[in-house]
Design a protein around this ligand. Structure first.
Ligand code: ATP
Length: 234
């Protein structure tokens, strides 16, 4: 579904990413692990069209989309849920969701809202509340919901568990697994390696701007010591 090969991304003279490769499949979760500053966010943002890669290839369903701008990437069925959620706090839950539909006008707003509210009933209960009043976990669900409004086949999730209490981490990552089980391909960056490994199918480890290991979650789980050593936190 998504094939990213030998991605290089610069910030001016800074070579932030130089050799990141990973893939995502329909109905599966690919977990991207790496220490702070390894280049995970930069890679996700480049794939989603927010940075222009210096080189490398991004292929979605057999079509090369390298360097395609973000609004066009969304229309091709790939949605990014950014680090820090980027919820619009003064807007209501429903208004935040409608922002997600705006970027993909083909999707029916009412149908999209119905799908999101079915998946995340808490958002239906709070639909007229200001989004800034939601808990961190609810805000993360809202960020997922906003992305779902564009009816993506593939979702890129940047640190969904960041800042959440442990019980909320389980709920949020459980909803990620549920989205995958419905057929959506998921590529997820997660600092919480242990929680991420609980739900992942495939694992990619990025270190200092390049992919250093790929394997199944079972292999990574069987050698957590190795994964943690590669992450530099063992
Ligand atoms: P984190 O988990 O801390 O978000 P990350 O793996 O997502 O880390 P990136 O945020 O992609 O890493 O950063 C990769 C490298 O690029 C780092 O060395 C970082 O300092 C650098 N970098 C990130 N954003 C910029 C920027 N806007 N300008 C210059 N350098 C940047």
């Amino acid at each position: 579904m998504l094939e990213v090969t030998d991605l290089h991304v610069n910030y001016g003279p800074v070579n932030a990413v130089h050799g990141v490769s990973f893939a995502a499949e329909a109905g599966k979760i690919t977990l991207v692990l790496g220490a702070n500053g390894a280049g995970k966010t930069t890679s996700l943002r480049a794939v989603a069209g927010f940075h222009k890669p210096k080189s490398g290839r991004v292929v979605l369903d057999g079509q090369e989309i390298t360097g395609t701008s973000a609004h066009k990437v969304v229309r091709k069925g790939m949605a990014l849920v950014p680090e820090g959620r980027k919820i619009f706090f003064p807007l209501t839950v429903e208004e935040n969701l409608k922002v997600g539909a705006y970027v993909a006008p083909r999707a029916s707003v009412d149908q999209g809202l119905a799908v999101v509210f079915e998946k995340f009933p808490v958002l239906a209960d709070r639909r007229q509340s200001a989004a800034g009043l939601l808990s961190g976990g609810e805000q993360q669900m809202l960020a997922f919901g906003r992305a779902l409004m564009s009816q993506p086949r593939l979702m890129l999730l940047d640190e969904p568990s960041m800042g959440l209490a442990p019980t909320m981490v389980d709920r949020v990552l459980g909803s990620v697994r549920a989205m995958a089980d419905e057929g959506i391909g998921i590529l997820m960056v997660e600092q919480n390696a242990d929680a991420g490994l609980e739900i992942a199918d495939h694992v990619v480890v990025v270190n200092r701007g390049e992919t250093v290991w790929t394997g199944s979650a079972a292999e990574a789980g069987g050698s957590r010591a190795i994964v943690h050593a590669m992450l530099g936190d063992a």
